[in-house]
Design a binder for this molecule. Structure first.
Ligand code: P6P
Length: 335
């Protein structure tokens, strides 16, 4: 990659994608087009979210809204919008979505790519105006083109990701993504309908003093995690837990910190999904110099067996993730 051509803040996403494609002489442009398709869907979903408070689309799916129209929850709308953009874009042969049980075949049998996505994570926060997000991973299909995407295409471990990213719909809307050559953040300017490079080459701090965890379930946490939480309190760290993964992750990525969703009594395998939450953010954080594990295993090396499998997640500043592993190993030695 030609770092000498670092692009200035204010570069549009389109131009950034085009210039980065030039770094790869054999690139044929499909991945670039796929990233544009995702950005288009993000703009549409952003508009729907911003209208939600007025158009009463935040309610439960299946109710009638004031115009007597079928009311759809925003995460259903987001799912539809992303699937439509990816299907129309033509580069993706199959999609995994948190909103759908089975593989979604796009009909683009010549498509080279698979997308795994959580179209709108944290959607329970919409009604109270808390930031929410879209999370995605992109894989190259393993099977030959000319047919539907296969289960094997979809169940690839995180080290095989071609790209990953998230959109955070917050005080401003941002797209943050990696293609394996660093992490860059783009802020959306709705009046122009453009994403502009605002956070070039994001590097996450090696350590921090913020921990994000729902301590309400601490009695059901593994002892090593309990001991790490006590260590955070004894160290005078700040507890910051928004209850929206993308919002907590984004703050910790920029400022330093750690997010922990361990196995709990209610969720023995953790709550978060491997394929379109943990792997996606793990790729990003590693590219930014951070780490992502289950507390004992690197997230991206987990071999998936199910589309929607869950796993514990410990993600953020490298030294903080290492400290969790120390506590987990110490516990393993005495238990
Ligand atoms: P809990 C939202 O449902 C989500 O998937 C993440 O965005 C968030 O971090 C987590 O679950 C919150 O879960 O059990 O703390 O309410």
């Amino acid at each position: 990659m030609n770092d000498k051509l670092a692009l200035p803040v204010g570069t549009t996403l389109d131009r950034f994608i085009m210039r980065k494609q030039e770094d790869f002489p054999y690139a044929t442009g499909e991945l670039s087009q796929l990233l544009r398709d995702i950005a288009l869907a993000a703009k549409i979903v952003n508009r729907e979210i911003n209208r939600a408070g007025l158009l009463d689309v935040t309610g439960a799916y299946g109710n009638q809204n004031v115009q007597g129209e079928e009311q759809q929850k925003l995460d259903v709308i987001a799912n539809i919008r992303f699937i439509r953009a990816l299907r129309n874009g033509g580069e993706v042969c199959a999609i995994i979505s948190e909103e759908e049980e089975d593989i979604i075949q796009t009909g683009n049998t010549k498509g080279k790519y698979i997308v795994a996505m959580d179209p709108l994570d944290g959607s329970s926060n919409i009604d109270v105006n808390v930031s929410i997000g879209t999370i995605f991973s992109i894989y190259r299909r393993a099977s030959e083109t000319g047919c539907d995407g296969t289960l094997e295409d979809c169940l690839q471990n995180g080290t095989r990701q071609i790209a990953a990213g998230y959109i955070i719909y917050g005080s401003s809307t941002m797209l943050v993504y990696t293609t394996g050559h660093g992490v860059n953040g783009f802020t959306y300017e709705p009046s122009l309908g453009e994403f502009f490079l605002s956070h070039p080459n994001i590097v996450t701090p090696r350590t921090g003093n913020v921990y994000s965890c729902n301590e309400g379930g601490i009695n059901g946490f593994p002892e090593g995690i309990k001991n790490y939480i006590s260590y955070c309190r004894d160290s005078g760290y700040s507890a910051r837990y928004i209850g929206s993964l993308v919002a907590d992750f984004h703050r910790n990525l920029l400022k330093g910190g750690i997010y922990i969703y361990p196995s709990t009594a209610k969720a023995p395998n953790g709550k978060l999904r491997l394929m379109y939450e943990c792997n996606s953010l793990a790729f990003i954080v590693e590219q930014a110099g951070g780490k992502a594990t289950t507390g004992t295993q690197r997230i991206m090396e987990i071999e998936p067996t199910e589309l929607h499998q869950r796993c514990p997640l410990v993600i953020g500043s490298a030294e903080m993730v290492d400290k969790v592993e120390e506590f987990m190993k110490a516990e393993a030695l005495i238990s």
